[in-house]
Design a protein around this ligand. Structure first.
Ligand code: AMP
Ligand code: MG
Length: 339
C-alpha cells in the first residue's frame, strides 16, 4: 500500500508519500515565512495554494510512482488555520477525484504520535506534542487519543516566537532562543505556571519582557526562559506518566527539535525506567509523511469519507476523532526503517 498525505495546518505545506510500515518514499515541502511579525493565515494559505501542485509533482517524481500505485489520499483536517487547512483539503479532494482514490481526513495531532510510534517501535507511548500552536500531552485510551494536559493559553512555540519578535527578532524565535540560551548561564526567576497537567505561558511572556527591560544579558534571558518553560513541560509529562502508569514518551512538533527540551524529558523518562524517542527533525516538524501514514491506518480502519463529508475543522480536538486501529493493541504499526 502507498498513500499520499497533505499537511497544510499552519506555515508548512508538505506532501508525503509513504509505503508499507511507514516507509517514507518521498517528502516535499516548503514553509511560509512572514516578512515580519507573526503568521497571517491568508498569506500562508496563498503560499500553500501556489506551491502544493508543484510539491505533488515533485513527490510523485521522487517516489518514482504513478497515480495508479497510490491507494489513498489523506489530508490534515484540523486543528489549524482555516484558510491553510482548506488549501490542503482542496488539493486532496482534487487528487482523490482525478485519480479515483479514497479520501481520508486525519487529525494533525494524532499524526504526530502515529509517525513517532511507527519509527520508535514503542507500542503505547505518551506524546509530548510541543509545536507553534499546540502544546499537549496525549495518550491512547478507550478508542481514541486523550488529551491529558495542555496549554490553557498559547502554544509553547507561539510563546517563544512572540517573545523573540517583541525583542526585535524574526520568526521563528524558538531556534534563535535556543542558540542564545546555549551561551547563557545565569538563571533569573520567572513565573512557573503549572496547573495540574496544564500549563500557561502568558505570565511567562510578560515577565520575560519585563526582565529584558531591566537590561539583563540576552543569553541569560534565553537560558532562563528555556529552563522555566521546558521544566513546566517536563513536569506535566511526568505527572501524566505517573497517573496513567506509563513509562515511554515520544516527542513531536517543532519545539521538540530543541536539544534542551529533549535532554530534560529524556532524563526524566530514563529516571522512571522508560524510553524517550524523538523522530528525526524532518518528521518531528509538520510534514506530509505523518499525514500519509496516519491516513493509511485510518483507511484500513474504514475511515475514508465522501467529498461532501470532508470539510476541514480548524478547532478539531485530538479526542474528537476515533483511532480504531489501536484497538488491537497497535499491531499494525510495527517498526521499520525510514529514510
Ligand atoms: P510547528 O508548529 O510544529 O511547525 O513548529 C514551529 C514552531 O517550532 C515555531 O514556534 C518555532 O519557533 C519552534 N521551533 C523550531 N525549532 C525549535 C527549536 N530548536 N527550539 C525551540 N523551538 C523551536
Ligand atoms: Mg504540528
Amino acid at each position: 500500500m502507498t498513500v499520499l498525505g497533505i499537511e497544510s495546518t499552519a506555515h508548512t505545506c508538505s506532501i508525503g508519500i509513504v509505503g508499507d510500515r511507514a516507509e517514507v518514499l518521498a517528502l516535499a515541502g516548503d514553509m511560509y515565512r512572514p516578512p515580519k511579525g507573526g503568521i497571517h493565515p491568508r498569506e500562508a494559505a496563498n503560499h500553500h495554494v501556489e506551491l502544493l501542485p508543484d510539491l505533488v509533482e515533485r513527490a510523485m517524481r521522487d517516489a518514482n510512482i504513478s497515480p495508479k500505485e497510490i491507494d489513498g489520499i489523506s489530508f490534515a483536517q484540523g486543528p489549524g488555520l482555516g484558510p491553510c487547512l482548506r488549501a490542503g483539503a482542496t488539493v486532496a479532494r482534487a487528487l482523490a477525484l482525478a485519480w479515483d482514490r479514497p479520501l481520508v481526513p486525519v487529525n494533525h495531532c494524532v499524526s504526530h504520535i502515529e509517525i513517532a510510534r511507527a519509527l520508535s517501535g514503542l507500542d503505547d507511548p505518551m506524546l509530548l506534542y510541543a509545536s507553534g500552536g499546540n502544546t499537549q500531552v496525549i495518550a491512547y485510551g478507550r478508542g481514541r487519543y486523550r488529551v491529558l494536559g495542555e496549554t490553557i493559553d498559547v502554544g509553547i512555540g507561539n510563546f517563544l516566537d512572540k517573545l523573540w519578535i517583541a525583542l526585535g527578532g524574526t520568526f521563528p524565535g524558538g531556534p534563535q532562543i535556543e542558540a542564545e540560551a546555549k551561551k547563557g548561564s545565569e538563571l533569573h526567576p520567572l513565573p512557573y505556571s503549572v496547573h495540574g497537567m496544564d500549563v500557561a505561558f502568558s505570565g511567562l511572556l510578560t515577565a520575560s519582557l519585563a526582565l529584558a527591560d531591566r537590561g539583563i544579558a540576552r543569553a541569560d534571558l534565553a537560558y532562563s526562559v528555556e529552563t522555566t518553560a521546558y521544566a513546566m513541560l517536563t513536569e506535566i509529562t511526568e505527572r501524566a506518566l505517573a497517573h496513567r502508569q506509563m513509562r515511554h514518551v515520544v516527542l513531536g512538533g517543532g519545539v521538540a527539535c530543541n536539544e534542551r527540551l529533549r535532554g530534560m524529558v529524556r532524563a526524566m523518562v530514563e529516571e522512571r525506567g522508560g524510553t524517550m524517542f524523538a523522530p528525526p527533525r524532518h518528521l518531528c516538524v509538520d510534514n506530509g509523511a505523518m499525514i500519509a501514514w496516519t491516513g493509511e491506518l485510518a483507511r484500513l480502519s474504514g475511515l475514508a469519507v465522501p467529498i461532501a463529508a470532508s470539510a476541514v475543522d480548524p478547532r478539531q480536538r485530538t479526542d474528537q476523532v476515533l483511532a480504531p486501529w489501536r484497538e488491537n493493541g497497535g499491531a499494525s504499526t510495527t517498526r521499520t526503517a525510514v529514510n
